[in-house]
Write a protein that binds this ligand. Sequence first.
Ligand SMILES: N[C@@H](CCC(=O)N[C@@H](CS)C(=O)NCC(=O)O)C(=O)O
Length: 203
Amino acid sequence: MKLYDGGRAPNPRRVRIFFAEKGVPLPELVPVDMTNKEHKTAAFARMNPSQRLPVLELDDGTALAETMAICRYLEALHPEPSLFGREAKDQATIEMWNRRIELGLFASVTAVFRHSHPSMAEFEEQVPEWAQANREQIEDHLWLLELQLAGNDFVCGQTLTVADITAGIAIDFMKPAKLPLPEDFVQIRRWHSALSGRTSWKA
Ligand SMILES: N[C@@H](CCC(=O)N[C@@H](CS)C(=O)NCC(=O)O)C(=O)O
């Protein structure tokens, strides 16, 4: 297996953290330099037509792209510790929160970054109004997370799940997107500080 990796970019980080939380050693890493557009080459596009990272290449040549697909593959191979839930209700709850965060906070922070950061101008037809529209959504997304964390150590209860990885990386990504985390989000700050101290977060 090989993991085509994108360094500090958020989606490759989500996968590396997932491996670390599973206690599974990372496969051979193939660094792909996005600043040099290595993910835009014909060879890379043949493997992943979306031209995005990460990609997990299996020994039979299958190329798995999409962060959640890669995480689910790993969960199926290594069920413990479960990060997608074991029982039906837990699985549905984790799916609900992961989707809420991925389609909400994570997507809005990503849109702000992609449509406003100078480094993205080569990769995105930047629409400043779209960055601004998403910037205005951030606080609502944060409150959803803040209220959920008020009664829970982690997003879905007392143990870490894939929803924490998605949400924690979304919070990390606010910094390069130049989005401040207001002081009043005390639950998010408490939970994010604990996440940042985990060994996996250095992956
Ligand atoms: N939906 C994909 C998104 C992957 C993605 O956008 N990756 C970024 C790095 S975080 C990328 O490859 N960007 C390259 C580009 O925009 O050209 C996933 O969940 O893995």
